[in-house]
Design a protein around this ligand. Structure first.
Ligand SMILES: CC(C)(COP(=O)(O)OP(=O)(O)OC[C@H]1O[C@@H](n2cnc3c(N)ncnc32)[C@H](O)[C@@H]1OP(=O)(O)O)[C@@H](O)C(=O)NCCC(=O)NCCS
Length: 162
């Protein structure tokens, strides 16, 4: 079974590789150009103690990562976070998304966050299913707000009040 721990700077290359696969091949992220390592490092630096980044490691290889991201810069949103869960594309369906999300929800509670929000492309059944399994409920559906791979995309927001 993989081990789960906080991410370190030397994980950022693997985190970026996992993410960039989906940038190029999936609508699960609306980013259309791969992130550079420099951009990933800057992203990591703004994730302080209240916004952890985690990794799953197996036999010395990072196979997935999670994060609690600031939802909005205005101060009154300070107890709301948006979550990310990304597995290496050859690691889906092993229950590892659940492992990452369960840990993120524990961390969110321990850090005093009040609401976790998932922003999900509406066609991404695995992600919608994963969050529903953890008690997230749909709280918004935005039609045709994304455009990727030549098609308009709907986004659903799901939230869980801790
Ligand atoms: C979304 C993702 C993290 C799910 O991880 P996973 O390890 O495959 O999911 P799990 O095996 O833990 O499944 C958890 C639940 O998700 C749902 N699920 C998983 N795969 C599914 C699929 N192909 N279709 C529908 N629901 C699915 C099920 O409800 C499942 O519940 P169960 O364990 O009772 O069967 C993974 O598919 C992934 O990394 N996808 C690409 C990145 C992404 O979309 N991230 C989410 C953006 S925040």
């Amino acid at each position: 079974m993989p081990t789960l721990r906080l991410a370190r700077r030397d994980d950022l290359g693997a985190i970026n590789d996992i993410y960039n696969h989906y940038v190029l091949h999936s609508t699960c992220t609306y980013q259309t150009e791969p992130s550079t390592l420099e951009e990933r490092q800057a992203w990591f630096e703004v994730h302080g103690v209240r916004h952890p980044v985690t990794v799953l490691e197996e036999e010395g290889r990072v196979i997935g990562w999670g994060a609690l991201n600031k939802f909005h810069p205005r101060a009154a949103y300070g107890h709301t976070v948006e979550n990310s869960v990304y597995l290496h594309h050859d690691q889906q369906g092993r229950g590892l998304g659940s492992v990452l999300l369960a840990d993120l929800m524990d961390r969110a509670a321990q850090l005093g966050h009040h609401v976790v929000i998932a922003v999900i492309d509406a066609s991404q059944a695995p992600s919608v299913g994963l969050h529903a399994k953890f008690g997230f409920v749909q709280c918004g559906h935005f039609r045709e707000v994304g455009f990727k791979f030549g098609q308009w995309l709907d986004v659903v927001y799901m939230q869980k009040v801790i």
